[in-house]
Ligand binder design. Sequence first.
Ligand SMILES: [Zn+2]
Length: 222
Amino acid sequence: MNLPQSTKLRLSHYTSVVLHRYADWRIGATALEKHCYRTSDSILLTFDDYGTKTEVHEILAILSEYRVKAMFFLQADWAGEHPKLVKKIAAAGHVLGNHSVTHPVLFTLSPQEITQEISRGLPGPWFRPPQGRYNDTIRTIAHGLGYVICYWTIDSRDWAGTSVTEMRHTILTELKPGAVILFHLHGAHTRELLPTIIADIRGRGLQLTPPTESWHVPANYL
Ligand SMILES: [Zn+2]
């Protein structure tokens, strides 16, 4: 089917928003979780999972060129095999978060297995459940281990091979002060999109999370 470009853009945006609203309703993500416990208007870019050496290096190079600090939610099994890449991300001043060890859908596991997936993952306080899928049991286990959940407000859908034009349309339509944007290190067109979307965000007068922003989770949330 050969759809006109404007229809494709609308469809892609609609898919992102509908899936996100469904997830919100099903999961009950709180405003604090969606905004990663930040109260500022700045925009936060997040990169999940794992990537090839080239993908990681290129994303770090772009973030460095545009002086942007981001959050990286890494699978611990990948991180354990790529200590140099993980060190490089941290040394560039980005923030690391726990994204479980093996990226299972957590609510299919027993409480003991959930505990292991989180406690053997990257150090706290940030935890992003695989696929953004969690419930009260998972939230309680995470809190008990000293983690808070960092969800997102905009899914770029880069994991689905979404085109640069479609991702840009969705992100700019959904962009609001304080937004948290979900990307993946292995996203097919993520690196191509990044310089443009960073310029777009700044062009709207919004800041990207500065390195000076407080990353401390208030103690009463843990
Ligand atoms: Zn993931």
